[in-house]
Design a protein around this ligand. Structure first.
Ligand code: OGA
Ligand code: NI
Length: 351
């Protein structure tokens, strides 16, 4: 990526401010009490964590966790593979380029809100193959499979990715348990939705950009799934839109922490007790940046709607039911063209 092509240039109101506010950051939650063997015997610590998670979900939709139990060795391995892979010549990476028939693999021309992102990515699914609807058309019952595409080099990448996925899955499901408890629901309330999950992991590479004041690594967006578990390196650039005043606040890298953010699916399930939060990524002119989001997403046949336990006459459902599979295929397949309209949003199902 050389000079900034007009396709990358953000509208003035969405351009990043290079002098960012160093505000009080998103909450940091220490999970050591639930990761130690005697956690069951410490109900108070558990209650405190559930309360912290609930407050963070309500106030920010974003938080960081430390002592999360994910092996740092597995993270280092996937990070090392990502570096080697993105350093390959473009024509080598494009051998596993994503297209309309296979939405998994390498991609360097993604748009967010119809503006090009200053990044390249490698996507793989945790379930391989992943069962999905053949098309976003609600009348079409046909199913298809998405399969991962692995590069020849580096040869260890496939194993590094698969092992990392299994590690993070444990954390993601544990967090869903804490979130369920914080909503007054049984810890395993969400578990069943992930049996045939469509969960995806993305390796992001943000190269240095000659005009970081004009472009974004990822434009403003919300994640569509249940929640995201993000590993970022020490460069920084992620910004979160603060709920209280709409200001963009930077998420400074914390060593050995994961960043957790709620997706649209949880906003609907919780009938807006919790909301997903808009975020974006700034780039810079000197340093490349790597990050690895794990997007926890339900089975394609899941009908997403506010949970029965959380609605009543005073607090009726705010969303009509919709199919996760149709919603996500609509989004993923439309990635390949620059639309003239905003892509499908949960707002389209708001009552
Ligand atoms: C994303 C995302 C953040 C980051 O890929 O959806 O928000 O820091 N990434 O890379
Ligand atoms: Ni995101």
């Amino acid at each position: 990526m050389g000079e900034v092509d007009p396709a990358f240039i953000q509208h003035p109101e969405h351009r990043p401010k290079l002098s960012i506010i160093e505000a009080e950051g998103i909450p940091l939650i220490d999970l050591s009490a639930i990761n130690s063997p005697n956690s069951i015997s410490d109900p108070e610590a558990m209650e405190r964590i559930v309360r912290e998670v609930g407050n963070a979900c309500k106030e920010w939709g974003f938080f960081q966790v430390i002592n999360h139990g994910v092996s740092s060795d597995k993270l280092q391995k996937i990070e090392a593979s990502a570096k080697k892979f993105f350093a390959l010549p473009l024509e080598e990476k494009r051998k596993i380029r994503r297209d309309l028939n296979n939405v998994l693999g390498y991609f360097d021309t993604e748009n967010t809100k119809n503006i090009r992102d200053w990044k390249e990515v490698f996507d793989f699914d945790v379930e391989d193959p992943t069962l999905v609807p053949a098309s976003p058309d609600p009348e079409d019952d046909e199913e298809t499979e998405w399969t991962n595409q692995w590069p020849k080099y580096p040869p260890e990448m496939r194993e590094a990715c698969q092992e990392y996925a299994r590690e993070v899955e444990k954390l993601a499901l544990k967090l869903m348990g804490l979130i369920a408890l914080s909503l007054g629901l049984p810890e395993d309330r969400f578990k069943g939705y992930f049996k045939d999950q469509t969960t995806r992991i993305r390796l992001n590479h943000y190269p240095p950009c000659p005009s970081p004041e004009l472009a974004l690594g990822v434009g403003r967006h919300k994640d569509g799934g249940a929640l995201t578990v993000l590993a970022q390196d020490d460069v920084g650039g992620l910004e979160v839109k603060r709920k209280t005043d709409g200001e963009w606040v930077s998420v400074n890298p914390t060593p050995n922490a994961y960043i957790i953010n709620l997706g649209d699916t949880l906003q609907v399930w919780s009938n807006e007790r919790y909301e997903s939060t808009e975020h974006r990524v700034m780039v810079n002119s000197e340093k490349e940046r790597f990050s690895i989001p794990y997007f926890l997403e339900p089975a394609h046949y899941t009908i997403i709607k506010p949970l029965e336990e959380l609605i009543n006459e005073q607090n009726p459902a705010k969303y009509r039911p919709y199919s996760w599979g149709k919603f996500t295929t609509h989004r993923k397949l439309s990635n390949f063209k620059k639309l003239n309209v905003e892509n499908i949003q949960i707002h389209d199902f708001r009552i």
